[in-house]
Design a protein around this ligand. Structure first.
Ligand code: AMP
Length: 415
């Protein structure tokens, strides 16, 4: 079912959102992006005459009640954002009465789902090595189903708008969907947009397609790099990864970050790119510092000839030109991970060059998707967020989707 086609009038909808917002020590929200992200779905249901039951996790309370992770702290902020006074159910698994009393236009928010270990479905207090673990896991899976069934019993339909947790098979993100027919479960608007964005990158590609992967390590990106290798025309690998590739090819990298156990992997990526006709762009020069600090002394060096005592902290001028060239002519662009230690203002030039080239290409009609925490922070730091096609809200979920994995949260609804 599509959210836009569902008749919410007189119905209760239970909506999984991602309200795992950062709080300061006084419990004040420091970034409300996630609340704002869910508003179109929540408002639509209310405007159509439905009643809302909102559920979310917050933090990692590991199956126990913990005041610092209570969603009651954000009740007023959600009320303000929605323009409706939100009621609060202090026990998410015992909210039958509150849910039953809910009328059209009213909103009930459930307490943190992860106060119950059943939400995540992992047995607690028992190690994997314990001979009784398998039994405990089976028992937990059974009680997870009961927990999901209880949540489902509160409502007539289920909406999942929590892309950030779509890669988890939890009670509220996937298991609950078993208790609704296909006509009564749907993705929220945010989820629909995210799924569409991934589809544009993986299946609806307009060429040339340039992917830019940065960040600190090859090991955490390898699944994505390998999946993209069959799809892209240009693959820019930058950031800390540069030096694993430089060393693998016999270069000297000084103190630069490097994964010594991934040198063979780097060589095999170079070979794969050749075999598949992918234009692999690696930064040939680097902005190097004599220590890992913003005020380090700086010199530009070839990425494969970095002196002892120095480390590559950003892409050099030649690399930036090469990156921009591969980006500006593209019609589909994906960016994940910075090209340098962008947190230090003196080492942002590589990431800035990428962000600017993406903005320019997007102005010229390219489709650009930016995702995964740090690249989003980068594009916002440079004030270019509104000049790209789509900024994903999902870190791990986006990366798994781009790896080609099926997201349980999406599959539970779309099959
Ligand atoms: P990731 O979480 O793997 O996407 O990595 C993001 C982090 O990579 C950011 O915090 C950057 O500061 C860091 N990073 C990027 N380039 C370098 C580099 N040349 N040396 C060390 N860290 C880097």
């Amino acid at each position: 079912m599509k959210l836009n086609d569902y008749k919410f009038a007189g119905k209760k909808a239970i909506v999984r959102v991602d309200f795992n917002v950062p709080l300061d020590e006084n419990g004040n929200i420091t970034d409300d992006t996630r609340i704002r992200g869910a508003l179109p779905t929540l408002r639509h249901i209310l405007d159509e005459g439905g009643a809302l039951i909102i559920m979310s996790h917050m933090g990692k309370p590991k199956g126990k009640v913990a005041a610092k992770y209570s969603l009651s702290q954000i009740k007023d902020a959600v009320s303000k954002a929605l323009g409706v006074e939100v009621k609060f159910a202090p026990d998410c698994a015992k909210a039958q009465a509150e849910a039953a009393a809910l009328k059209a236009g009213e909103v009930l928010m459930l307490e943190n789902l992860r106060f119950y270990p059943e939400e995540e479905g992992k047995p607690v207090g028992i190690e994997k090595e314990d001979p009784a673990y398998e039994e405990a896991k089976k028992a937990m899976k059974a009680s997870q189903k009961e927990f999901a069934k209880t949540l489902a019993s509160y409502a007539d339909c289920y909406v999942n708008d929590a892309f950030g947790t779509a890669h988890r098979k939890h009670a509220s993100t996937a298991v609950i969907a078993d208790y609704f027919t296909a006509e009564n479960k749907m993705l929220g608007f945010l989820m629909e947009k995210e799924v569409q964005a991934v589809d544009n990158i993986l299946n609806n590609i307009r060429r040339p397609f340039t992917a830019i992967m940065g960040g600190s390590k090859v090991s955490t990106k390898i699944g994505i790099i390998e999946n993209l290798m069959d799809k892209v025309d240009n693959l820019i690998l930058c950031g800390g990864m540069t030096y694993t590739f430089a060393k693998a090819q016999g270069g000297k990298i000084g103190n630069s970050i490097c994964e010594d156990d991934k040198l063979d992997l780097a060589l095999s990526i170079i070979e794969q790119a050749k075999a598949k006709g992918v234009n692999l762009v690696l930064g040939t020069d680097s902005v190097c510092g004599n220590r890992f600090a913003n005020d380090a002394d700086i010199q530009i060096c070839p990425s494969n000839a970095i002196p002892e005592g120095w480390e590559g902290l950003d892409a050099g001028p030649d690399s930036r030109v090469a990156f921009a060239k591969a980006i500006e002519g593209a019609k589909t662009i994906l960016w994940n991970g910075p090209a340098g230690v962008f947190e230090f203002d003196n080492f942002t030039a590589g990431s800035r060059a990428i962000a600017e080239a993406i903005a320019k290409a997007t102005d010229n009609g390219a489709y650009s998707l930016i995702g995964g925490g740090d690249s989003v922070a980068c594009i916002n730091k440079f004030g270019l967020g509104d000049r790209v096609s789509y900024i994903s809200t999902g870190g791990g979920a986006l990366l798994e989707a781009i790896e080609g994995k099926v997201l349980p949260g999406v599959a539970a609804i779309n099959g």
